[in-house]
Design a protein around this ligand. Structure first.
Ligand SMILES: Nc1ncnc2c1ncn2[C@@H]1O[C@H](COP(=O)(O)OP(=O)(O)O)[C@@H](O)[C@H]1O
Ligand SMILES: [Mg+2]
Length: 364
């Protein structure tokens, strides 16, 4: 019996070996201490009359049985019940036994109750453990299938995003082949091809940026330079938008990966611009804050665009979530990844039909 307990103790299922050994030792110590207590009182060594202690001893024995069953299941419950009963019996029927307190039938009943408690608790524990294992396996499988589904989703989205510009390129090539009337037709076809290539280029770049770990090469740069560079890239799309820049200490230098940081800003500014197709205000605020002894750059990007409804707001951090016909659904994620690589955070709040605010915080 002890060997089988020890074997159970050495066979960790989910728990560490150390915990198992610890439990085993606790169990053995409990059994030994309680048994020694029996014999000492039986032998009159504690100066207490045996029969007054009987119910206490009887109840105390449940402790190791319950522990054995809870920790080692059915096998543990039976094993401890058997060990406890064997150790308990001499004290009630043996030469030291205080016969007369209980009848033999009563003792037999007590031992049977020990066994029953060990078996029932052990069975319940085993059932519980089986269920836990089943749940664990089910959740692992769910995770795996979610992962596969997300890969499948990604592939189908990317395939779709690639196919559109490819078809447009094919169409324009066909037109060129049919030798369209004069220069204008040719220029239009070539323009179409170029736009499709730019779209493909952007998709590939965003996919790479999204999947690559963000390794930073830090250098000192001012917030003014970062914002100017980002706006410069987007200047052709800013026509109908009035820009409001409020930069506190615009020339104070911070250490960031400027190429990546500019990329993050471009994505966020693009979203703001795309949210205001018929014009609006783009406000960019920046200031330096002291937060828990550290200096942080806080950047607010506010637009007065279409806003994001509540259901979409929960999904904007999902890869490939987009509400735009030519969107990739990677812009926010790439920005977030870059900001987080700098130890910062990015939060987006929005009100439908009113506008969206992106808050970026970066420690410097
Ligand atoms: N400033 C904004 N105003 C309104 N909606 C926004 C804004 N920024 C992001 N969104 C919403 O979040 C989605 C995901 O944005 P993003 O990750 O940049 O991908 P994409 O711009 O390619 O769609 C957008 O499709 C849009 O629905
Ligand atoms: Mg975007």
């Amino acid at each position: 019996v002890t060997r089988s307990l020890a074997a159970a103790a050495l066979k960790p299922v989910g728990l560490t070996r150390r915990v198992y050994l610890f439990r085993f030792v606790v169990l053995v110590v409990a059994i030994v201490v309680i048994a020694v207590g029996h014999y000492l009182t039986d032998a009159g060594l504690l100066g207490i009359r045996k029969h007054s202690l009987h119910s206490v001893e009887y109840l105390l024995n449940f402790l190791p049985i319950l522990l054995g069953a809870l920790w080692y299941g059915l096998r543990g419950g039976i094993a401890t019940a058997v060990v406890v009963s064997i150790l308990y019996l001499p004290s009630v029927i043996g030469p030291l036994g205080t016969s007369g307190v209980l009848t033999t039938t009563e003792r037999a009943l007590e031992v049977i109750v020990y066994g029953a408690v060990g078996i029932i608790t052990g069975l319940l524990t085993d059932r519980e453990n089986r269920r836990t294992r089943q749940l664990l396996r089910a959740s692992e499988e769910l995770q795996k299938s979610r992962y596969l589904a997300s890969i499948g989703q990604m592939v189908s989205i990317v395939a779709h995003d690639v196919r559109n510009p490819l078809q447009s390129i094919q169409l324009n090539i066909d037109m060129l082949r049919m030798e369209p009337g004069g220069r204008e037709g040719r220029a239009a076809a070539i323009g179409g091809i170029e736009r499709s290539l730019a779209l493909l280029d952007m998709l590939v770049r965003q996919l790479l940026e999204y999947s690559k770990p963000a390794e930073l090469s830090l250098s000192p740069v001012s917030i003014r330079v970062l914002i100017d560079e980002a706006l410069d890239v987007l200047k052709s799309r800013l026509n109908s938008i009035s820009l409001h820049l409020h930069l506190e200490q615009p020339d104070r230098e911070i250490r960031v990966d400027s190429a990546k940081f500019v990329r993050a800003l471009i994505n966020l500014f693009s979203n703001a611009i795309e949210a205001m197709p018929s014009g609006g205000d783009l406000k960019i605020h920046s200031r330096f804050l002291e937060n828990e002894g550290r200096t942080e750059l806080k950047l607010l990007i506010e637009d007065t665009g279409i806003g994001i409804n509540e259901a979409d707001l929960e999904r904007i951090y999902e890869p490939f979530f987009t509400t735009k016909p030519n969107g990739t659904g990677l812009g926010i994620l790439i920005s977030k990844k870059i900001i987080e690589a700098h130890g910062g955070k990015l939060e987006i709040t929005s009100k439908l039909h009113e506008g969206t605010t992106v808050e970026v915080q970066v420690p410097i």
